[in-house]
Structure formats: structure tokens, C-alpha cells
Design a protein around this ligand. Sequence first.
Ligand code: MN
Ligand code: MN
Length: 272
Amino acid sequence: MVVGVPFDRTTSFRPGARFGPDSIRMHSWNFESYDLETGVDLSEVAVHDLGNTEEFGSSEDMVISLREEIRPIYAAGKVPIVLGGDHACSPPVVEAYPETAPSVGVLYLDAHMDFRSSYLGDRRSHGCSSRRILEKVGARNIVVLGVRSVSHEEMDDNRTIGMSYVTATDIARDGIEAAVHQALNILKTEKVYISLDIDAIDPAYAGATGTPEPFGLTPRDVKYVIDQAAPRLVGLDIMEVSPPYDSGNTSLLAARLAREAIVRSVAARKGR
Ligand code: MN
Ligand code: MN
């Protein structure tokens, strides 16, 4: 089930991610319904688009409302695919995951650590999202992939908290296969949730984002993460696509990665 969240109030540099959901949808029209690698035809898959949420006031309002909107999706046994919006929209989607469901681990793809306790007085800022998710799932159940920007304070905090991460440089040197293998070994959970900040990918491919950071992952790296996690995937979000800076390539890539998650999940269910 697709849900758009047109919210970017906590953006710290370039605003515009509130226009992300509609732009990603529009660019999804580009693709064939048939998928070459899996043989899945999306015209035969029941994907429901719930449209966009209403607009919110504060980030706290957004968190409370979005959690309530996502809960019934999990309860119905469906997989939420949430299109942002800034990265503040991810923690409520993870927080809505039912306590009684099988354990979930989070692959958090991001150029940034997003590990501040609070940013500019807002604990629900997009600069705090990995930390809020960690507080929900536990330090052993989240791994950050592709990080290459962090504050001194975040590093100091993480020395005591111990969130795992694989840097973009590690991935460039050792390969994405090693990083995913390592991350899935750390998680040890039955289920996996992917939170994709589009700025995890290099600005050469995904420059239309609020806080672009050079030396990033390739689109194929992220495709590999999705393909490997798909059989255990319970939720996906794609955040921080900022259409005002987009020639179309970033929205197109986001749409293609959402599509990848759908066809791979369906293929895994069919045992392909
Ligand atoms: Mn982020
Ligand atoms: Mn980021």
C-alpha cells in the first residue's frame, strides 16, 4: 500500500520534499508493467495507492497522525510503501509496526547519521530519525548504510549507544554485497524494514534532495539492498526527494526503487 506524506517542515537546507510523493508517482508512469528480472507483471499485482496524507502542523502532529494512518496497513497484513516528505516521516512508520508481530530490523540508508538527540529544538527533526527508530527497535536492530556525514556530537553519543553503520567508503572499497551480508548478520530479525533517504545515493544520480552529499552509493547498490531484503520486507519508505531541484532523474530513480521492492517481494512470495 502506497502512502504519500507531503511534509518537509524539518528540512534543514533546501526545502521541497513535500512535493516528492506526487513527483515519484508521476515518474512511475514511465515503466513497463512487466519486470524483466523476476517475470512479475505489475498489472497483475494488487498495489493500492491511498494517496497523500493531509497536511500537518508541527512535526509532532505529523508523527501522531501518520502512526495512526499506518497501523491499519500492518494490521491488514499489507506492506506500507511510504513516499516522503522529509526523513522525519520515517520513525512513525516504524513505530506503527505491531508489538505482537515478528521482530523487525531496520536497514537505514542515508548519507547522514541522523543521530542527533534533538535538532534546533525538535526531537522529531529529520536530523534525529535514526535515533528515534533506534529507541523503538533497539540498538541491535538498526544498521545505517552509506553514511558519510556526521557531527562530532553524534559520534560521541554513538560511542555509548552503539548503533552499527557501514560507511559509503567501506561500501565503495569492500562492495555492497559484503555490507548487506554484514548488516543482515547484525540484525538477526525475522523481518526487515528499509528506510531509504534518497541522499544515500550519490548526487550524480540523485541530486534532487534537501541535503546532497558527494561520494555516495550507486543506484545499483541500493537495488541490491532491496533485492536481498525483499523476501523479509515488511515496510519501505523513500524520503527526501525534492522535485524543485529535479530534472526528473531523482524522482524516476525513487519510483524505480519502489517498483523494485514490489516486484521482488511478489517474486519471493511466489518462490521465484
Ligand atoms: Mn535522513
Ligand atoms: Mn540524509
